[in-house]
Design a protein around this ligand. Structure first.
Ligand SMILES: [Ca+2]
Length: 578
C-alpha cells in the first residue's frame, strides 16, 4: 500500500460522533468518503465503487506521516456503494481512502512467498497469502472463513470485446460475503480464494458495466480456471421515462446492432399509466416517478458468448440477450425494477423466424444466480398501416388480426399507433412482454447436430511410475528409460539412491499426451479445443477437425505464481467439440 500518496487523500473523517475535517479532493482523487452516524453506536463509512480499488485506512491522530493502517474489516458492496460499519468509540479516529500501488492489487506472483521444498504442497498453505497479511490481494475474508481442507482458488480474466483487459472489476462470490472480494488487475486477471466442494457463482461488477456471473463446480484443494469473461459497458443511449397514472405512451430504443445475421435494436414501449417501483437490497420497495432507461445487447461480436450475463442452460441456444436497466436502480443498489403491467419489448426479427411462432423467453435472476423461464413472446408482422394504425399479423396467416386476437396479446390501439411510427410495412418483429428489468434472453431450443459424437474416451498416457521395475538386477528403469545407482553411506545401514528420472531437467512425469480425436470425424465438427489446467496454470490449444489427433502438453512444475511445487498435482483436461 502506498502510504506516501498524500495527494490522493480525499476525505478525513473522524469516527466516534465527531466529523473533524474534510480535505478537498485533489488530482486522481478517490471517491468521497461518506459518514453516517446511527443511534446504536455504529458508524457507516461508504464510498462509490470505482475502477481502481481504494483501500480504507485509519489513524488516531494527525499529522499521520507513515502511521496510516488499513481497516481490516471488509467493505460490503451494495449496488455501486462500498461500505464498512464500525462501532463508534470514544476518542477520535481519522479515515481516508488510499490507492494501492497502481490502484489495484499486486500480481500475486510478485508477492507470493516461496513454497516449502521437501514436503508435499498443500493448497491452503500455498495460497493463504492471497487473503492474509496487512495488504492482501483478497480483502474482507472473515477469520476462519476458508477451511484448510476445502481451500480452492478461482482464477480468471476480464476483458473487453477487443480482448483488452478490464481492471478494477470487483470479483466476489454470490451469497458468500464472508469470502470478501478482490479486483481484477491491470492485466484483467484475478485470484479469489474460496471453499471447494460444490457450486459457486462468481460475480463480476464494475460501475457503468453490465454485471456478469459465472457458476463453477469447485473441488477441494485445487485451482479452478474460469473462462474469460467479456464485460460490456451499458448502452450509451438513455431515455428519461415518466411513470405514474398520468404518464403517456413512451418509447425507448437502444443502440442499433448489426452483424452478419442482420440489424436490430431493442425497443421498449411504456404503456400509458405504467407505475414502477424499485426493490431495494434490504427488500423494501420504493416507487419512482421517472426512470432513466437503457437497453444493452450482450449478443454482439465474435466473442458474444463470453459477454453473456451468465452461461445459458445447455438446452438454450445463444440467440439474443439484452440487459434492460434503469440508472436509478444501479445507483441505489436495487435488486430489481418492477412494473405494474407487462410492457412490450420489440426486436427486429433479424434471424427470420416464422410469423406466428413463439419467442421462448427467460430472464437471469442475479440474486438467485439462475435463468428463469418467462412468458413466451410472439413473432408478428406489420402488414400495412391504416389510419396511422399498424395492421398486425399475429399468427402467420398473412392477414391482419382482429380486435379479439390483438386484445388476447394485450395490444392496444396506442401500441399500434406507435408501431406505425416505428416500423415500415413488411417488418417482422419479436414482441416479448416483460414485467421487470433484468437481463432478458430470447432463445430457441438448441441441441448438437445429429452426427455429433463425443471426444475419445481414452485416458492420457500415464506418467511414469515412481518405482519402476528394475531389469537384470541393475538399476535400469525399463519403462521410463532411466538409470540409477546406489551409494552406501559408511557406518550406517542406509544408502543413497540416485535416479536420472528425478533430475530437474527430466519432464516425463510432467508430460501428458491427450487423445483429442479418433478415427472418425463428424462432418459438422468445426473445431476442436483442448484446455488443460494444473496448479492454476492453463494450457490451451485449438485444432482443425483432424482424425487421430493427440495434444501433448508439458508442465514446468510451477504453480500460477511461478513457484515450483512438491508432490503430485492433478490436471483437469477438457476437450471441446465446436
Ligand atoms: Ca393473421
Amino acid at each position: 500500500m502506498n502510504k506516501d500518496n498524500a495527494p490522493n487523500l480525499a476525505s478525513l473523517l473522524a469516527l466516534s460522533v465527531l466529523l473533524l475535517a474534510v480535505r478537498p479532493a485533489l488530482a486522481q482523487s478517490p471517491p468521497v468518503l461518506l459518514v453516517d452516524v446511527s443511534t446504536d453506536s455504529q458508524v457507516r463509512l461508504s464510498w462509490t465503487n470505482t475502477a481502481t480499488g481504494f483501500v480504507l485506512e485509519q489513524v488516531d491522530q494527525l499529522p499521520a506521516a507513515d502511521q496510516w493502517s488499513p481497516v481490516l474489516q471488509a467493505p460490503q458492496l451494495l449496488g455501486q456503494q462500498l461500505s464498512v460499519v464500525l462501532s463508534s468509540s470514544t476518542g477520535v479516529r481519522f479515515f481516508r481512502l488510499a490507492t494501492q500501488p497502481g490502484g489495484l492489487p499486486p500480481d500475486p506472483a510478485s508477492v507470493a512467498p516461496p513454497i516449502a521444498q521437501g514436503v508435499a504442497t498443500l493448497l491452503a498453505e500455498a495460497t493463504g497469502f492471497l487473503y492474509t497479511g496487512p495488504n492482501p490481494i483478497q480483502t474482507g475474508v472473515a477469520p476462519g472463513a476458508i477451511e484448510a481442507k476445502r481451500a480452492a482458488v478461482v482464477r480468471g480474466k476480464v476483458k473487453k470485446h477487443d480482448n483488452t483487459p478490464v481492471s478494477g472489476v470487483t470479483i466476489s462470490i454470490l451469497n458468500r460475503p464472508e469470502l470478501g472480494q478482490t479486483f481484477s488487475r491491470a492485466d484483467g486477471m484475478f485470484d479469489l480464494a474460496v471453499n471447494g466442494g460444490g457450486l459457486l457463482t462468481v460475480k463480476y461488477e464494475k460501475t457503468d458495466f453490465c454485471p456478469a456471473q459465472r457458476q463453477l463446480n469447485v473441488p477441494w484443494q485445487d485451482y479452478v480456471m474460469v473462462q474469460d469473461v467479456v464485460m460490456i459497458q451499458m448502452d450509451p443511449i438513455v431515455t428519461s421515462v415518466a411513470l405514474g397514472i398520468n404518464s403517456p405512451m413512451q418509447v425507448h430504443q437502444g443502440s442499433l446492432q448489426t452483424n452478419a445475421d442482420g440489424s436490430r435494436k431493442a425497443t421498449l414501449l411504456f404503456t400509458p399509466g405504467t407505475s414502477a417501483y424499485l426493490v431495494l437490497a434490504n427488500g423494501a420497495t420504493q416507487s419512482v416517478s421517472s426512470l432513466n432507461v437503457r437497453a444493452t445487447e450482450f449478443t454482439v461480436g465474435t466473442n458474444g458468448p463470453a459477454t453473456m450475463p451468465a452461461v445459458l442452460p445447455p438446452s438454450s441456444g445463444y440467440t439474443y440477450c439484452v440487459e434492460l436497466s434503469a440508472d436509478e436502480a444501479v445507483t441505489q443498489g436495487a435488486t430489481s425494477v418492477q412494473f405494474d403491467r407487462p410492457l412490450p419489448v420489440y426486436v427486429e426479427n433479424f434471424l427470420g423466424f416464422p410469423v406466428g411462432t413463439a419467442v421462448p423467453t427467460g430472464y437471469y435472476d442475479r440474486q438467485k444466480g439462475q435463468w428463469i423461464a418467462s412468458a413466451n413472446g410472439r413473432v408478428i408482422e406489420v402488414l400495412s398501416i391504416t389510419d396511422n394504425l399498424a395492421d398486425l399479423d399475429l399468427d402467420g396467416s398473412a392477414s391482419a388480426d382482429d380486435a379479439a386476437a390483438l386484445a388476447a396479446l394485450g395490444i392496444t390501439a396506442e401500441e399500434r399507433t406507435h408501431l406505425a411510427q416505428l416500423y415500415l410495412p413488411g417488418q417482422t418483429l419479436w414482441r416479448v412482454p416483460i414485467t421487470h428489468f433484468t437481463p432478458w434472453d430470447c432463445n430457441w431450443p438448441f441441441g448438437p447436430p445429429p452426427d455429433a459424437i463425443a471426444p475419445p474416451d481414452r485416458q492420457p498416457n500415464t506418467p511414469p511410475v515412481d518405482d519402476p521395475n528394475e531389469e537384470c538386477g541393475s538399476v535400469i528403469g525399463a519403462e521410463d528409460q532411466t538409470l540409477g545407482e546406489f551409494l552406501s553411506v559408511s557406518g550406517t545401514p542406509w544408502r543413497l539412491s540416485y535416479r536420472s528420472g528425478r533430475t530437474p531437467g527430466r519432464r516425463d512425469a510432467y508430460t501428458l499426451k491427450i487423445p483429442v480425436s479418433g478415427a472418425k470425424i463428424p462432418a459438422s465438427l468445426r473445431a476442436i479445443r483442448v484446455e488443460v489446467s494444473v496448479a492454476g496454470r492453463l494450457f490451451q490449444a485449438a485444432f482443425a477437425p483432424t482424425p487421430n489427433l493427440d495434444y501433448t502438453v508439458t508442465w514446468d512444475g510451477k504453480d500460477g505464481y511461478g513457484r515450483p511445487l512438491q508432490g503430485k498435482q492433478s490436471a483437469d483436461i477438457v476437450v471441446n467439440y465446436d
